[in-house]
Design a protein around this ligand. Sequence first.
Ligand code: PEP
Ligand code: MN
Length: 346
Amino acid sequence: MVVVMAPGATDEDIARVVERVEAVGGEAFVSKGLTRTIIGLVGDIDSFHHLNLRTLAGVADVHRISDPYKLVSRQHHPDRSTVWVDGVPIGPQTFTFMAGPCAVESSEQTLEAAQMAKAAGATILRGGAFKPRTSPYAFQGLGVRGLEILAEVGAATGLPIVTEVVDARDVAVVAEHADMLQIGTRNAQNFGLLQAAGDAGKPVLLKRGFSSTIEEWLMAAEYVAQRGNLDIVLCERGIRTFEPATRNTLDISAVPVVQAASHLPIIVDPSHAAGRRELVVPLSRAAIGVGADGIIVDVHPHPEDALCDGPQALLGSDLRELAAAVRTMPGLLGRADASRLTKVLA
Ligand code: PEP
Ligand code: MN
């Protein structure tokens, strides 16, 4: 941390800062310039925060130099991590394709969607049993019955399952049925839920809040990590901007920015970013090209009848085109296909 003194700061002002820092066990290194004095602080940054140094006479500004997050930071963990979801890797060596319906609507629809996902090369099945809907009148998901359907379809197809948990009270039942817990964009800063998910003993897929900065997103991940769970995968799913042409604006640059700042894997959700089927394949190609560790996409056997997010669900030729991109492009960038790696390791 660095304290920048105002040009008119007196020697007493400087001494007061040094005294306060030393009182909490820190060290203060004073460098006097021609017009300004700068004080470098070494020690426990959290104890410095409590000193409210900005409020002291003569202090112009206080800057933090190290990352505010620790456990998820690359400063503390230089090698990028791989997270395993029931034997399927998500990390820097591979490209992981996850697909499934936005919502679990019935056994038949979920099984059909899972078969479509698997045929296209997906190795993890997505699907919402608890749906966080903007309107309380919209379909809220099948709840625990939806989890049972997912577990049955996962067993039938051999695909591990990722599904969303929207309430801390449901974490245990979701963890009982799922291989990975998803925290959605609307709950990205629900700190109690993040902590409960961190305690559940399952990998966590943490979506970016639609108005979260990258730092806020990584701080949310820190809440999960602090509970002793570092099996966290981040998911860029678009943010809210002034542009109404797409449902959200996919912040593709978040991928390399996050990879530089954090050791956690990061995937992209082009379906919820775009909200439109015809954009999912081009945005998936962009995700592969930018170096994402995977993608998660919506598929549905009958999008016209979907109870949730039909306009963005893939099927038919779009899904075949996506499958071809996922088969061919990651290899050009030196990544192995996660399904092949799974088989080699099995
Ligand atoms: C979802 O993946 O089903 C979902 C609701 O996503 P998001 O939280 O990104 O909107
Ligand atoms: Mn959805």
